[in-house]
Write a protein that binds this ligand. Sequence first.
Ligand code: DON
Length: 425
Amino acid sequence: MRSPILDYLDSIIATTEHVDSGSTADYIPELAAADPTRAAIALCTSNGTVYASGDADHEFSIQSMSKPFAYALAIEDHGLEYVLDRIGVEPSGDAFNELSLDPETGKPRNPMINAGAITTHSLINSEGEKTAVDRMLEYFGDLADRPIRVDEAVANSELATAHRNLGLAYLLHGSGALPADPTESVTGYIRQCAASVTVSDLALMAATLANGGVQPKTGKQLLCRRTNRHLLSVMASCGMYDAAGNWLTTVGIPAKSGVAGGIIGVLPGQIGVAVFSPRLDAHGNSARGVAMMELLSEDMGLHLMEATRPSRSSLRETQLVSLVDGTEATIYVLQGDLVLSSIESLVQEIVTHPPRTDLVVFDMSRVDEVMPVAERTSSETAAKLIEEGYRIIVVDPEGTVENFADSHGRTIERWTPEQLSDAVR
Ligand code: DON
């Protein structure tokens, strides 16, 4: 049976066929000559399954979609503070190739516009024989789970007409914002942009960001969670240049476009998406790509700001039982993800109706994940209960709170589900 998800992706390609506005990038001859009728879409879930439709095997250059990944590598090399000292995180509201500098600090406004991305590239360390470009390609390869190479025709074509980027780099150098050699920085940056990818590669790369930095197929942690969160925030506010506000309100997912016609989108915790169509709108974003993403977001309810139903209570039920040894016990059966809003109802129950037995059991067999805020709240609740003379036992077969202790560091007694059922029987 063909997956209905593939049928749906086919329908997005078909529904947007009439969108023929805009034109291919005119300032890079090799991109200007691209076939404007090509279109592709791919989606990758957080378990690494890729669904693709249209010209899914067609390779095109990654262009500005390389910028978030280069920024991630620079942060992994130097730490966030070092990079923030050199490149801002404010949307510029200008076109991607403007010299948008913060008037107070003289830093490029953000790493998604060319000025910030050229500076970002210059921050990527070389390692022995490996240049910054070699490291970038290796990183793309890890993200896409296949070797990625530079399209030399695209790189040479852009290098031959890179007057504007060279101009930006020399101005940055002159103002002290780019400490490296301007020509070398632009050459490296352009080769980074000329890496050749398909929508399926891009969907996997985006899915890694959706997955907190863990590549969903290989399980490799390719960027740390903190960097990942920072990166997605910058993509949400600056990824679509001077159309970023319109994008965030309509499509509502962190994204990055490239001048060859690609767009990647990341829905944290769910999916990575990539679309491709070479004609660009006035902002340098793929016109049909934007239409495809709008449709996808609307149909699949992907908008990040959509208020989903409030998380259900962590407390499934409260049982008052007599154990085989005659002891009375209160069992709180917990469920789902423990986050602040769901754990609050458990705490509220304990505060308003304190347990009437000395023995209190928290059965976490049905708990999926415990957020740090819920663990902290539980530790504090446990400490208060112990101080009031209760004996507490945790049943946690999945090890969701492996070393659970109360907020004074006292280890909490643990039972297996079998010990609990033997005691109750
Ligand atoms: O530097 C440039 O102009 C290109 N290598 C990349 C620009 C780009 O992809 C803008 N995005 N839509």
